[in-house]
Design a protein around this ligand. Structure first.
Ligand code: BGC
Length: 455
């Protein structure tokens, strides 16, 4: 199978990068809106006179929305197109952020946040999908991983915004701040081209070719389109394709990666870092929050490193390095809690954990689930994987504090460490290398998976 390495001119490369950067704003909104609630929580509780249960509901409702959003995102992006769904998502983020900010009580707030959550779920699928389909193979890893970079920046910006508005207790402005990136995404998506792969699948050959040109493919546009079309011809209708031997494995790999990205505990750190550090003995809440901010910055910086490396060292290497590093860091965290080794030791280990996650499992999971499926089922199969991310995220974060109560801090982190070992073995055995291969070449790999070469 032919592989294209679009060199392109500097300006065409800039077009592709700009397209990815604008689309990645969806990732920024994903990160922002999942974390902004942490700082707004206390003020919400006071203003709306919420009980514990009501507060938990108000915080968790966005996750429920994300489940619904990601479950429907595959169907919607397949049916109406990647670009349209990103447009609708941007509009939704803008509208429902304003409505969350204007909420007059628990009910109106929860309804607005549910829809913000649905946009988070939609964006978590549509952004990597869109970027993967419009990227040339050679730099696809870096471009799709901009999504993860944007998620980490969004998480960081949310902390900053929360901090900035905390003094005046203006929780409404915390939520309203999402309007700005939503607007930029909306305006950007009006001008960006639809995914040429989706257009080809829908039979709009001329527009697909035109968009490959707009994305700077030059002379290679025809060849890339021909490869897309030939892969489409091999495809059969319906969900049955998911059950073919090779594709079945691709679907399982996607679901497995989604489970392992969450079940190894990332969001216990992202959502509860100050709490964990306080339990480790940090002297004040303020010191713990500052330390959490440093963890957030480390998360952003390491993602930049991953972007630089992912198309050079490959997905597999980064995943293995990542799961191994996370496992070691978590084991040591358990030991530190067991031996009461002191707060700074735990802090350094948390940083080591975040660095290990950010170099691999964080960005590479989203990347792989955007590139390992055939075009025809990419939307639906990604939906399955994304739904798994949100479902597992919910289970892990909802059980974390109870797990600590039941098993203790040390054992809790050892459980996550053990799951890193399982994740390492899973990646070692099942995850294929996709570096530098066109999406069609990857599809071909699965289609002929397990076939004996002709004698
Ligand atoms: C995960 C999120 C996590 C974030 C942290 C993403 O890849 O899907 O659950 O909060 O990384 O950087």
């Amino acid at each position: 199978m032919k592989q294209h390495s679009s060199q392109g001119s500097a300006s065409s490369r800039a077009t592709v990068i700009l397209t990815a950067v604008v689309a990645a704003l969806g990732g920024l909104l994903f990160g922002f809106d999942t974390s902004v609630i942490s700082g707004a929580m206390l003020f919400l509780r006071a203003d709306f006179h919420l009980s514990d249960v009501q507060l938990e509901f108000a915080v968790g409702i966005a996750l429920a929305g994300a489940l619904v959003g990601s479950a429907s995102a595959g169907y919607c992006t397949d049916r109406w197109g990647r670009r349209w769904m990103l447009l609708v998502t941007a509009l939704g983020f803008g509208l429902f952020s304003v409505l969350s900010a204007l909420a007059v009580g628990l009910v109106s707030f929860s309804v607005a946040r549910f829809f913000v959550g649905a946009c988070i779920g939609m964006a978590s699928l549509a952004v990597p999908l869109y970027i993967a389909e419009m990227s040339p193979a050679r730099i696809r890893g870096a471009l799709v991983s901009l999504n993860q970079l944007a998620i980490t920046v969004g998480i960081g910006v949310a902390y900053f915004v929360d901090y900035a508005f905390a003094a005046s207790e203006s929780w409404r402005w915390m939520f309203a701040s999402a309007v700005l990136p939503a607007l930029v995404l909306l305006v950007g998506m009006i001008f960006l081209p639809e995914s040429p792969r989706w257009l080809a699948r829908k039979g709009f050959r001329d527009r697909a070719l035109e968009n490959f040109h707009r994305l700077g493919r030059g002379d290679e546009a025809e060849a890339e389109l021909a490869e897309v079309e030939s892969a489409l011809q091999e495809e059969q209708e319906g969900f049955g394709i998911l059950l073919q031997p090779g594709f079945r494995l691709a679907v399982l790999v996607g679901i497995g990666l989604a489970i392992f990205q969450q079940i190894t505990g990332i969001n216990t750190i992202i959502y509860y870092a100050p709490t964990i550090l306080r339990m480790a003995g940090f002297p004040s809440a303020k010191a713990a929050i500052l330390a959490a901010a440093i963890i957030g910055v480390a998360n952003v910086l390491i993602t930049v490193v991953s972007i630089v490396l992912v198309d050079r060292l490959g997905r597999r290497f980064l995943l293995l390095l990542s799961t191994a590093g996370m496992g070691v860091a978590l084991t040591l965290m358990g030991v530190a809690f067991y031996q009461k080794a002191g707060s700074m030791v735990v802090f350094y280990e948390v940083i080591a954990y975040i660095i290990s996650f950010g170099i691999g499992l964080g960005p590479v999971m989203w990347l792989l689930i955007s590139e390992i499926y055939p075009t025809k089922i990419r939307g639906k199969a990604m939906s399955l994987a994304t739904l798994t991310v949100w479902g597992t995220n919910w289970v892990v974060t909802a059980t974390f504090l109870s797990l600590i109560r039941a098993a203790g801090l040390a054992a809790t982190f050892w459980i996550y460490a053990f799951l890193c070992v399982v994740a390492f073995i899973f990646c070692w055995v099942f995850v294929p290398e996709t570096k530098g291969r066109t999406l069609e070449a990857i599809e071909h790999h699965w289609r002929h998976f397990g076939e004996k070469p002709a004698a």
